[in-house]
Design a protein around this ligand. Structure first.
Ligand code: SDX
Length: 428
């Protein structure tokens, strides 16, 4: 195949190199386009056809429903790995040896204390504050308590920033949830595993011994792994572009948390549960909601369905659907919401509108059913997504900075007024 792409604009022809990735993906390298064509640029709303970078972290094939972290399949990792080793894999590129994993966890625990003054910021929030707003604010506030911006050329400084945020974010997540539940803040225990300690910090009560439920632990471990990275999605692209201005890691993560909050992105897991609840309250009339989702005059969308990249089943949704059945069964929970979800899925999978547009359940469709079975409040669902996505955001930010990528600054096509003269107010 030719190594270049040819472009003809008017009487001029241009050639641009083709870039091929390790999975045979092809891109046209147009970095010289504006210069050679006297100002012509491309435009691609939502970047549906535009690559922002080369990356060695996550590969996904939307047509085939394939997802791999550093070459390992999501099915393998969800089944066999623990979240901390997947975090290490995403950030450093290899699965850790036992010694490396023990040291990584020890260093994270060593940095997991959050300055007590951060509580004062948390206390200032109203009880009704959405925990994603709290998490984004407290994550940005961490910069004030850890002021030295990361010198990415120092492996040690980069490593210290990574273990700090891997240790502190779960504390902020648990504080946000305990504020909702009116419980005193805590730190769990360094004797616990990473995921177990997240559970202890979130669920333990001051007046009773907290015992880890292995079913919940294993389900949470799987959910965090499934959410850990997803190449250049909206929030990861936000983390990368904010980091490209050389803003610090914590500030970049805070921006990513805000991007994830949107109901078209990570906020969908909360919106799915609210939608399923509404359908159940409405007598389980899934046909009415399917009609609303297809009605162009109705802004309603079937939350948890569709995906920018997956035009086949989201492999994560397949795994989570099986896990949801398992967790509810193991916990002896009969949640009618799961039945509503399954009948909605069946309807959509057989409806031409959804089939023609290749709209399948995505990662958010079933995850909330498991979070709910764990006793996590619905407004905390996207916070759990952020906790899972943390290592992916860190890995992508680190790759962007180590790759010395230029500051992100897209161009535009101006469509406003051409030059006109100012008129004094008396003459307007
Ligand atoms: C996540 O990018 C990632 O990787 C994200 C993520 C990650 O791990 O980081 O996977 C996590 O964000 C998953 C997606 C969660 N969001 C939702 O579940 C919200 C509901 N779904 C959507 O709004 C939508 O499907 C998106 C935002 C996910 C994708 O939108 P696109 O790619 O911009 O597609 P589109 O809006 O152009 O839709 C194409 C067509 C349109 O119809 P037509 O104009 O062609 O007639 O499909 C329709 C849309 O109206 N459509 C839907 C629909 N999703 C798309 N119609 C009804 N219900 C839906 N959910």
């Amino acid at each position: 195949m030719s190594e270049t792409a040819k472009l003809k604009i008017g009487d001029n022809s241009y050639e641009f190199p083709l870039i091929e990735g390790s999975e045979n993906e092809l891109a046209i390298d147009i970095k010289t386009l504006r210069g050679v064509s006297n100002g012509v640029i491309t435009i691609d709303p939502g970047y549906k056809n535009t690559g922002a970078c080369k990356s060695a972290i996550t590969f996904l094939n939307g047509e085939k429903g394939v997802l791999r972290y550093r070459g390992y399949s999501i099915e393998d990792l969800a089944e066999k790995a623990n979240f901390l080793e997947v975090a290490y894999l995403l950030i450093f590129g290899e699965l850790p040896t036992k010694d490396q994993l023990v040291k990584f966890h020890a260093d994270i625990k060593d940095k997991a204390i959050v300055d007590d003054d951060v509580r004062k910021i948390l206390d200032a929030f109203p009880k009704t504050a959405h925990p994603m707003g709290i998490l984004s604010s407290l994550t940005s506030a961490l910069t004030a308590f850890n002021p030295s911006s990361v010198n990415v050329d120092s492996d040690e400084e980069m490593y210290q920033a990574i273990v700090k945020i891997m240790g502190k974010l779960p504390v902020l997540v648990s504080w946000a949830m305990r504020k909702i539940n009116g419980l005193p803040l805590n730190y769990g225990s360094n004797s616990l595993g990473y995921v177990e300690n997240v559970m202890s910090m979130m669920f333990s009560k001051p007046n009773e011994e907290y015992t880890i439920n292995p079913i919940v632990r294993d389900a949470l471990n799987k959910l965090l792994i499934l959410h850990a990275d997803h190449e250049q999605n909206c929030s990861t692209s936000t983390v990368r572009i904010v980091g490209s201005s050389h803003a610090g890691l914590f500030a970049s993560l805070s921006a990513g948390i805000s991007a994830l909050w949107g109901p078209l992105h990570g906020g969908a897991n909360q919106a799915v549960l609210e939608m399923l609840e509404a359908i159940k309250e409405d007598g389980g009339d899934t046909k009415k909601y399917m009609a609303k989702a297809k009605d162009k005059n109705d802004p309603f969308r079937l939350m948890g369905f569709g995906h920018r990249v997956y035009k086949n089943f989201d492999p994560r949704a397949k795994i989570i659907k099986v896990a949801a059945d398992q967790v509810l069964n193991d916990l002896g929970i009969d949640d009618p919401i799961l039945d509503v979800a399954k009948s909605l899925e069946q309807e959509a999978l057989n409806d031409p509108y959804f089939v023609d547009r290749k709209l399948y359940p995505n990662v958010d469709f079933y995850s909330g059913i498991i979070y709910r079975a764990m006793g996590i409040p619905v407004e905390m669902f996207t916070v759990m997504f952020a906790l899972g996505r943390l290592p992916g955001w860190i890995a992508q930010w680190r790759e962007m900075r180590l790759g010395k990528e230029p500051i992100g600054r897209p161009r535009q096509i101006y469509t406003g007024e051409t030059l006109r003269e100012f008129k004094a107010v008396q003459k307007r």
